[in-house]
Design a protein around this ligand. Structure first.
Ligand code: MN
Length: 286
């Protein structure tokens, strides 16, 4: 099942090129009071709402997906986790290019650890990226994003996929510079999640997904998640040794080689095959 959030916080089931408005099913979510739960209410409830979502989608007339504004399919993650230098070829290009490395010694993800992106970065494909610091190099990083479905605390690699709600494309937009990643990668709109969440049952093997990204039609990144250094199982398990993962948490699994600069006016097109394809526009921040 493909689930999107669109326009004015509508919830949609995507079938082919059509989005079916199933917002009414959100009435099933628990009424919450302060303090709010530290997980995404909808992602947490997804397993028990699936039948109702399918039924509602069958009754709702479809609308062309191209005519709606896609928001992030996860509204309220507890955290967004990033995986640095997680493809060998990207490590090699980072070593060679000081406008990526900025004097840092590029080692391996195991030595570097994970980083967090601020939740306030998060946008959907229809919202686009608003560049700041346009005097610096602003890069696209095309990644497979994993969306956690249930609480995961110190889980094994063998059981890791049991905790996944689904997948999406994650664009880990980045200002290059000497600052720590959690700072440079946490600018508003620098975390794009979309075009929708495809539920885990539709993805046979998250470690065998073709991913690509073009800018203004020019090929930039093309790889497959089989080339991940720490694969999806290992990333989930490793992250959960440090922090409890909650429904709606997002893990951006790392970018392959081919990262490069974007400028206002550019249009990114990207696809994780079997997950989705999206167009994201770049503008200057106001
Ligand atoms: Mn990244």
């Amino acid at each position: 099942m493909r689930l999107c959030r669109f326009d004015d916080n509508r919830l949609g089931v995507v079938r082919g090129t059509q989005v079916h408005d199933v917002t009414a099913v959100l009435n099933e979510l628990p009424a919450v009071r302060w303090p709010l739960p530290n997980y995404d209410l909808f992602v947490e409830a997804l397993p028990r709402l699936r039948d109702k979502l399918e039924q509602a989608a069958g009754k709702a007339s479809g609308k062309d997906i191209a005519s709606v504004k896609l928001l992030s399919p996860v509204a309220n993650p507890n955290k967004i986790i990033g995986a640095p230098i997680n493809y060998k070829e990207h490590i090699e290009e980072s070593k060679k290019d000081q406008t990526i490395a900025y004097g840092r010694v590029i080692k391996s993800i195991g030595e570097f650890g994970l980083f967090l992106k601020a939740n306030s970065t998060l946008v959907g494909a229809g919202e686009g990226v608003a560049l700041r610091f346009t005097d610096k190099r602003n890069d696209h990083e095309m990644e497979l994003a994993v969306i956690i479905g249930r609480k995961a605390n110190r889980v094994s690699e063998e059981r890791a996929l049991d905790y996944v709600a689904g997948y999406a494309i994650g664009l880990d937009m980045t200002v290059r510079g000497p600052e720590v990643p959690s700072f440079r990668k946490s600018i508003d709109t620098y975390g794009v999640l979309g075009p929708w969440l495809v539920t885990a049952d539709e993805v046979k093997d998250p470690n065998a997904i073709d991913i690509w990204l073009t800018v203004n039609g020019e090929p930039r990144q093309k790889s497959n998640t089989r080339f991940l250094d720490y694969n999806v199982h290992k990333l989930i398990s490793w992250a959960s040794q440090y922090y409890t993962l909650y429904p709606g948490d997002i893990i951006m699994t790392g970018t392959p080689e081919g990262v490069g600069p974007v400028k206002p006016g550019d249009v990114m097109e990207c696809e994780a095959v079997g997950v989705g394809r999206m167009t994201v526009k770049i503008r200057a921040a106001e």
